[in-house]
Write a protein that binds this ligand. Sequence first.
Ligand code: PLP
Length: 378
Amino acid sequence: MKTPKKLQAKLQERTQKNTLRRLSTEKKTIDFSSNDYLGFAKSETIFNKTHQFLVDRNLQQNGATGSRLLSGNSKLYEEVEAHICTFHNSEAALLFNSGYDANIGFFSSVPQRGDAIFYDEYIHASIRDGINMSNAKSYKFKHNDLDDLAKKINNSSQKLSTLNQDIYIVTESVFSMDGDSPNLQELITFCNKNNYYLVVDEAHALGVFGTHGEGLLQKLGVEQEVFARIYTFGKALGCHGAVILGSNELRTYLVNFARSFVYTTGLSPHAVATIKIAYNELAETIATKQLKDTIATFKQATQQLKFIPSNSAIHCYIISGNKNVKKAATQLQSKGFDVKPIVSPTIPEGKERLRFCLHAYNSTEEIEEMINTLTSVH
Ligand SMILES: Cc1ncc(COP(=O)(O)O)c(C=O)c1O
């Protein structure tokens, strides 16, 4: 069957602009690219404990068999949600099949027609997609800029009826493409003062901030001041799925109205058990401490270089132009460093960058060698 001409044209356009995405199975030796910040994805301990847990519980079933509202729910699901509530100090928790599903489910269903959503311009694509599916009006504000947020709310309130209108503010505690963080304390004070609903995606903060990797909100002790929190398990937890934390009422609402929760098969028992074992590991591991050491070593070693300021596991070095950044990445890759170029249209033109993801298992020697190579190629 022939591919429609319009699709071919779009592919050709991407090829010409050097922005065509390709899948690769190649594994480079030194990992500065994966989201496996703590090494949990490769952990034999988690793998074996999960298997044993399922055998001990006689949970020898491969799939959930249906949506959780039909045949797919189980005691295991509820036990894991309760466990996550305790770990993250939350009233309620609802598991989703992925962070993408959690974000589209939340944003497409929670803000209502007549409400307004204000989102940081660098927010993740899954949140943008959810917002696009919502009936609420949406406005973006400048990255991590509270003054601009206040200005945008002020301007929009002239256009919107303020009667019975709820305002949602959305940010990430660690931005996936920059590695930086908003001033959460300031943002919370601002939201509390004005009765706005704050939603924070902690995808890249889980496992990275806090004594046991609880995330940035808990590190700051402000988790109770946020309307909803989103944690994803494909990053530091090394497995799959996500959770939305908030009140019991919010959970009940999502169970009823979040379409990416209602109309999909639940996670398999194996996936849910892996989440539980990964959380157990998080509470005990020394990998969170090792990751903090890696981050400190990296920051020390790159002091003189123009990296975007970051305290997280994500560090970015701007090299403008898709061609230039891809060339630098290829040179680093040829020396054995798995470093990915982030190109437009994923990020705005001119802001192309090399993104370095740091891990508990990156050694000081690896970091030093990689930086020597970077400075010699750029
Ligand atoms: C900030 C943020 N939120 C949500 C997601 C989506 O999570 P998942 O990979 O579990 O779908 C990602 C993944 O890239 C992310 O970076």
